[in-house]
Design a protein around this ligand. Sequence first.
Ligand code: ADP
Length: 490
Amino acid sequence: MNILVVAAETAPYAKVGGLADMAGSLPRAWQAAGHSACIVLPLYGTIDVEAYGIERTEHIIAVPMGSWTEFAEIWSGTLPDSDVPVYFVKSTEYYDRPGIYGYHDGFPDNDRRFIFLSRASFELARALGFRPDVIHAHDYHTAPCMPMLAIHYRSDAFFAQTAGVFTIHNMAYQGMYDPLRAMEFCGFDATSFHVGSWFEHEGAFNCLKAGIMFADKITTVSPTYAQEIRWTTEGMGLQGALQTRGADVLGVLNGIDTDEWNPESDVHLPVPYTFDTIAKKDVVKRSLLKSFGCLDDVISHDLPLVGMVTRLTDQKGISLVCDVLEGFVSADRLRFVVLGSGDSRYEQYFRQLSTRYPHHVFVGTGYNHPLSHRIQGASDFYLMPSRFEPCGLTQMFAMRYGTIPIVRAVGGLADTVEQYDPISLTGTGIRFDRFSAQDCASALEQALKLYRREPHWSAIRRSAMSRDFGIGRTADHYISVFSWALERHR
Ligand code: ADP
């Protein structure tokens, strides 16, 4: 199958969250299974073209934007550790800026930047002679590919049999734009935009809704989230659209790259380990504490280490962490390490706490890939008290590293973390249901009771490490979805 992946992020080139991981690891898995995948990504100014061996091709594509035409160079590279081609759309005007989306509200021309990317992906495929069986678009940024396929390209022989599959990684980001601008940039007839039309939600052009309404199949990143968004307010106002497309909405659980996230071969850890040598995890923990400036006498005072690697946003339940953390650290019951950036309120809160408890609270800010690996390896527990969580990857990384997740049982967290049962000695983590500081604190209490307490400590770490969250299963599931989507066009 020929699969054209179009996304605003792909690891390792441009990453903000889990979207980038998936946009990179799925094509790698499809290619390994004998399919032909290629990725389309903007050539952001932050991408180091030399380090990744990205080169200019001879192709310059003409991209229709409304009643005029714009041009872009195509650059190409190969996804590391694979032979998946990655095609970069180079437009200095749109993408040569610091950052992917811009701060806070985003760049003011994000509508134009991502509509351009969506349209360019078709022109690029044609220019390269890559006839896709499936165009796989991710999140609101490239959702316009779905109506573009239906409206502009269905009658084009090159795309006549191409199916459109749209994957939602997060309902909270919908791409709501001025309809006059967006309809024009997309080249759609302005009269097609009206209240109740497939583009419209609350008076705005809504990219996510258009993606949902025009795609052949719509997937989201876990089965539980697929239900939540249809039937609860997690649908963020688009429940109606999702129910209309109900028969075509599926949950495909995300997976992780088990080669990259492997404590046995992780180059970022000071020592490798497996379950049989899990005592070495203490070496990783000591080394992390040392890197945060702890002296030997502090390190030798053993306490459970609770880690987080996260965007610091309300979604991630950071307010609960702020409510409960100080109680535990002031009582000398745990240490806490967080790597994250986002809401400056939260960054400041953690910084202040680490000033007051320098032997207990450690904070890393900014994007730091090696440190994210070291925190997974060093921590005893991994905290994820999300308000909502489409899937979440970091709890899966944690389990692979024998780091016990403490999660709120929503979305993908409910699908991936099994409550530990001290009678049968089964389960992989600690779950709680209500979004409340009290429930979060009692989940932490439960977790701390397991720390170094046998037979529980070995049992839960063994179960967590033996779970298979490999991307291969996810990649196969998508191929089935693509085959169903193609049935409409064959
Ligand atoms: P989301 O996509 O909602 O942010 P996920 O758990 O699906 O959450 O994916 C987050 C990804 O981003 C993971 O790969 C995680 O390790 C990574 N990540 C988040 N924050 C940072 C950071 N500050 N530095 C390095 N990696 C980070």
